[in-house]
Write a protein that binds this ligand. Structure first.
Ligand SMILES: [Zn+2]
Ligand SMILES: [Zn+2]
Length: 354
């Protein structure tokens, strides 16, 4: 692990030196980090010890930018002490048992740790390199969490999650929630806003897509095994009954309502044939289709024939007829002929939890 801190050798132009203080379990652990090989003209002056009392005096004496703690104490006293003395330092716990225990990880964060890892983990090297690089370039921005100054947009984007990902959203929301980059007041957590809207990448960021949900119905009449198809408006051809889910409506309710509106038939849903998720390649939306299986409540109820905004009417057709019909889309062929008629699994309605 020699050369763990190689990234630190790049910042000789920094005027004020920053200090790295490490408390490790043994000489062997110190070897592993490669810390003693660092020279004093590096960006970080490193101080490494295995003695808790020496650690305490180092923490008292130096303006620490980064602190490594590789020993565990029941009350996390080293972490708490380092955090109290250095509110803005990057504190890394390199103790294996803390790293791999769920409760201990949370307690270390509570007491002031920024990161919990292990000495032989490549993440440690990456974090040290990131911490050493931050602040090399001078920019106009102030961190909204710790108020450290002079960040570039790119550095702030790296610094915020690295140093502050554990700050509860509620704490951040209580502060002045003005973004330091765009100066807009944020309703989202600042971390989400900075991630989404101020990424350093030149790629345009589309944010989260809008989701449109649809319910479609494969409705079969038991007496002659025919399927209900809607004659769509604009002479577009035939299609499965169904449509877009309305505000505050469930998928199942939409399936029943749309079948009544478009086909004039009251149905009982009996299962779920498929769920199809379709991201749009060009625009910022996704569509989710739930395809239900149903039977008519009353086989003698006639399909709709009165044209209105919903459809021109509806009709019962055999599966064999479907390939010869003009269809608005492939869905009747896919879900009736290729799936349902070939014995595709019909899942229980309890698949959906409402
Ligand atoms: Zn900060
Ligand atoms: Zn902003």
């Amino acid at each position: 692990m020699a050369g763990l801190l190689k990234g630190f050798k790049t910042a000789k132009d920094k005027k004020t030196k920053r200090h790295l203080i490490a408390l490790l379990l043994s000489e062997h652990d110190i070897e592993k980090t490669g810390l003693p090989q660092l020279k004093l003209d590096l960006m970080f002056v490193s101080h490494v010890t295995t003695s808790p009392s020496t650690f305490t005096s180092l923490v008292d004496k130096h303006d620490a930018a980064c602190i490594l703690i590789g020993v565990q104490s029941a009350d996390n006293k080293h972490i708490s002490y380092a955090r109290k003395k250095h509110p803005c330092a990057f504190i890394i716990i390199t103790h294996s048992r803390t790293c791999n225990n769920a409760t201990a990880r949370m307690e270390a964060v509570r007491d002031g740790a920024n990161m919990i890892t292990e000495l032989d983990n490549a993440d440690l090297q990456q974090a040290l390199e990131m911490v050493s690089q931050l602040g090399k370039d001078v920019g106009p921005y102030v961190c909204p969490y710790c108020h450290t100054r002079d960040f570039t947009q790119k550095d702030l984007w790296i610094h915020c999650p690295l140093y502050h990902i554990n700050v509860p959203n509620s704490v951040q929301r209580h502060r002045d929630n003005c973004c330091p980059i765009c100066m807009n007041i944020q309703s989202l957590p600042m971390m989400v806003h900075i991630h989404d809207d101020h990424a350093p990448s030149k790629e345009p960021h589309f944010g989260r897509p809008k989701l449109y949900a649809f319910a479609l119905v494969v409705c079969q009449r038991p007496s002659d095994d025919k399927f209900l198809l809607v004659q769509e408006f604009g002479s577009n051809g035939y299609f499965l009954p169904g449509g877009a889910v309305d505000h505050k409506e469930h998928l199942t309710t939409a399936a029943i309502r749309e079948t009544k509106e478009e086909a004039g038939v009251d149905i009982d849903l009996t299962g779920v044939l498929a769920i199809h998720y379709a991201p749009s390649m060009h625009e910022n939306y996704v569509r989710l289709f739930a395809i239900f299986v149903a039977t008519p409540k009353d086989e003698n109820q006639r399909p709709k024939t009165l044209p209105d905004f919903e459809s021109a009417g509806a009709v019962w057709v055999s599966a064999e007829e479907i390939p010869s019909l003009k269809l608005r889309g492939d869905e009747p062929l896919v879900y009736i002929n290729e799936k349902y008629c070939k014995g595709a699994t019909v899942h229980p309605l309890s698949l959906f939890e409402f």
